[in-house]
Design a protein around this ligand. Structure first.
Ligand SMILES: Cc1cc2nc3c(=O)[nH]c(=O)nc-3n(C[C@H](O)[C@H](O)[C@H](O)COP(=O)(O)O)c2cc1C
Length: 311
């Protein structure tokens, strides 16, 4: 086959990277009965009737002989939470199945769990594809899960985000619509919703919002000075009223030792009960969002708030 001299290989790779794909792990068993596999994003559908799929394998892959010889192979479409598994199966020559739980399918092919979908294929054809071999398989069994898929784009992993509604545009302000789309407005609504139960609980206990801030700040770092506490509250966007600290001293929830403030046993118990309410709120949010959505939400909120990003 002749090669087109005009195509710069680096640019070719880069351009291919702009095509968004999922990530798969393709597995089979080698002639010695050992489970083998690798990460591949060259997977694609070929035909509905008969049900055919394909993927391509680099000719320099250590697994080429195993796949050429295989009667069956399995394509696992990875879920968003399986990034580490993807990395493991992208490590050349490693014992990728060491310590991994798997079951087996036809011909002893290894089946991995927790994927977004899985296709068990009978090897049908092998085609020449330059420096890759193209394997076409007939799907003989499949399973599907509701897990969100892992995504690959431009050499990086990502996750799916539905297109959703269009973002706010300046014209919306004139149409009187801007308020609905203003990020600050939506963040305010989300903040109120997230704090509703905690707010109800501290009010029931005769506490104000600023009292909760004082307790929470000392919970994070007992032994702050008055100035230190005011500045910590300020970092969280709260301006403490003059009497905020003395109110809690009078209630017996904060004690003053020299120039340092401490939670008393009563203050610590009060805070622990409020934290329990916060944990329930978080659990409810965790049930409404997928882990991938929650990770993305935190990442975006950290970006919007300017808070240091967590790993
Ligand atoms: C996201 C991603 C997609 C990949 N897609 C393919 C592919 O389609 N075909 C391929 O041969 N290698 C692909 N690779 C590279 C292989 O996973 C990698 O070279 C692996 O080490 C091969 O293992 P082996 O040499 O032990 O067979 C991909 C790697 C990543 C991270």
């Amino acid at each position: 086959m002749t090669q087109t001299a005009a195509i710069d290989p680096r640019l070719f790779r880069q351009a291919l990277g702009s095509f968004v794909t999922g990530v798969t792990i393709v597995t089979t068993r080698d002639p010695d009965g050992r489970p083998v596999g690798l990460t591949a994003n060259s997977f694609n559908s070929v035909s509905l009737d008969p049900p055919l799929v394909l993927w391509s394998l680099a000719l320099n892959s250590l697994n080429l002989p195993a796949f050429r010889d295989a009667g069956y192979w399995v394509v696992h479409i990875l879920a968003a939470g399986q990034r580490d598994l993807s990395q493991r199966f992208a490590s050349r020559g490693a014992d990728k199945f060491a310590g991994l739980d798997y079951t087996t399918g036809p011909g002893g092919v290894p089946l991995l769990d927790g994927c977004a979908a899985r296709f068990v294929c009978r090897a049908a054809f092998e085609h020449e594809g330059g420096d890759h071999a193209i394997f076409v398989g007939e799907v003989v069994d499949l399973s599907i899960d509701t897990a969100a898929p892992l995504v690959f784009h431009g050499g990086q992993y990502g996750q799916m985000m539905p297109a959703g509604r269009r973002p706010a545009r300046p014209e919306d302000a004139e149409a009187g619509e801007f308020g609905r789309y203003f990020t600050g407005h939506l963040l305010g609504l989300a903040y109120n919703a997230a704090f509703a139960d905690i707010r109800r609980e501290y009010r029931r206990r005769g506490l104000r919002g600023s009292d909760y801030t004082v307790l929470a700040s000392l919970g994070l770092g007992d032994g702050l000075t008055r100035d230190g506490l005011v500045s910590r509250a300020g970092n969280g966007g709260v301006v403490l009223p003059e009497d905020a600290i003395d109110r809690l001293v009078a209630r017996g929830e904060v004690a003053v030792e020299g120039d340092r403030l401490h939670l008393t046993a009563q203050g610590r118990a009060q805070l622990a009960e409020l934290v329990t309410v916060a944990e329930t709120t978080q659990r409810q949010l965790d049930e409404r969002l997928t882990p991938a959505e929650m990770a993305l939400l935190h990442q975006l909120l950290e970006k919007v708030s300017g808070a240091p990003e967590t790993a």
